[in-house]
Ligand binder design. Structure first.
Ligand SMILES: Nc1ncnc2c1ncn2[C@@H]1O[C@H](COP(=O)(O)OP(=O)(O)OP(=O)(O)O)[C@@H](O)[C@H]1O
Ligand SMILES: [Mg+2]
Length: 245
C-alpha cells in the first residue's frame, strides 16, 4: 500500500494559488524527497498532508486514511517535524520530548529511555534542562527531529530537518533517517540540500510554482537527464528543460 497519496491537493491563499492540484504517491518503505525552490509550495503541501491546513480542494491519504474524513487515524501513523519547529518555548528540551511522548501514549521507563537515547545521539545532553526558547536554531531543529521520531511512527514527515544543523549532527540525523527507512518505515523529506537527496532519497517529486514537474525514481531522473550531479538535474527541471516522463 502507498504510505501517502496526495490527491489533487490545492491551496489558495486569497486568490493566490500556492499548491495547484498536486498529486503524487509515496510507496511504503522509501525515502521520498519533496523538492523545489523557495515558495514552490512544499511546506503548504506537507501541512495539508499532516492535517494542520485545510485544502481548498482535493485531499490526501495516509495509510489509506483520508486526512479530512479520518484525521485521527491518519495522524496516528505520522511523526512530523514542521518547518517552524513547533516546540513549547517555555519547556526544556527534555520536557518537550516527555510531554509529546505522553501525548503519543508513551510512559515511564520506556519514555525516559527513548528520550535519553535521542538526546545522546543528537549531542543534546548538556541542553537537556534548557528551555527551548534558549536553544540555538540548530539545537531546536534537533529537538524537533527527536520529537518526530520519538514514538517510532511508520511515516516521518520532515520539513527541512537539517536546516541550520552542524555537520556532525546533520550526519547523525541522516544516519538516523537511513536506519529508520531500512526498518521498513517511510520518510518524506523536504530539503534544499542536494547532497542529502543524493544520499538519502530513492524517489523524488519536484514542485515548482505549485505544480509537480517530476515524480519518480531519482536514478531514472539522473539517467534521462544525462547529468552527473543531482543539483544540475534539479536546476534543469526547475527550468522546465526536462519533461515529465
Ligand atoms: N499562511 C499563508 N498565507 C498566505 N500565503 C502563504 C501562506 N503560507 C504560504 N503562503 C504562500 O504560498 C506559497 C508557497 O509557500 P510554501 O511555504 O509552501 O513554500 P516552500 O516550498 O515551503 O518554500 P521554502 O523552500 O522557502 O520553505 C508562497 O508564495 C507563500 O508566500
Ligand atoms: Mg517550506
Amino acid at each position: 500500500m502507498d504510505a501517502i497519496v496526495a490527491d489533487n491537493l490545492r491551496k489558495e491563499f486569497g486568490g493566490v494559488v500556492a499548491v495547484d492540484d498536486v498529486s503524487f504517491s509515496v510507496r511504503s518503505g522509501v525515502v521520498f524527497g519533496y523538492l523545489g525552490p523557495n515558495g514552490a509550495g512544499k511546506t503548504t503541501t506537507l501541512r495539508m498532508i499532516y492535517g494542520v491546513l485545510r485544502p481548498t480542494s482535493g485531499t490526501a491519504y495516509v495509510m489509506g486514511h483520508d486526512v479530512l474524513r479520518e484525521p485521527a487515524q491518519a495522524k496516528k501513523n505520522l511523526g512530523v517535524m514542521p518547518e517552524e519547529t513547533g516546540l513549547y518555548s517555555r519547556l526544556t528540551a527534555e520536557e518537550n520530548l516527555i510531554y509529546f511522548g505522553r501525548l503519543r501514549g508513551l510512559r515511564g521507563r520506556e519514555l525516559e529511555r527513548r528520550v535519553v537515547k535521542l538526546l545522546q545521539k543528537l549531542n543534546l545532553m548538556e541542553k537537556r534542562y534548557v528551555i527551548a526558547d534558549k536553544l540555538s536554531r540548530g539545537q531546536k531543529q534537533k529537538v524537533a527531529f527527536a520529537r518526530a521520531i520519538l514514538h517510532e511512527p511508520p511515516i516521518l514527515i520532515l520539513d527541512e530537518p537539517t536546516l541550520g544543523v552542524d555537520v556532525m549532527s546533520a550526519r547523525e540525523i541522516r544516519r538516523m533517517i537511513e536506519d529508520y527507512a531500512k526498518e521498513g518505515n517511510t520518510v518524506v523529506i523536504s530539503t534544499h540540500n542536494m547532497f542529502e537527496v543524493e544520499r538519502l532519497c530513492q524517489e523524488v517529486a519536484i514542485i515548482n510554482r505549485g505544480r509537480i514537474v517530476y515524480q519518480g525514481s531519482k536514478d531514472d531522473l539522473m539517467r534521462i537527464s544525462g547529468e552527473k550531479e543531482f543539483e544540475d538535474v534539479f536546476v534543469k527541471l526547475v527550468r522546465q528543460e526536462v519533461v515529465e516522463r
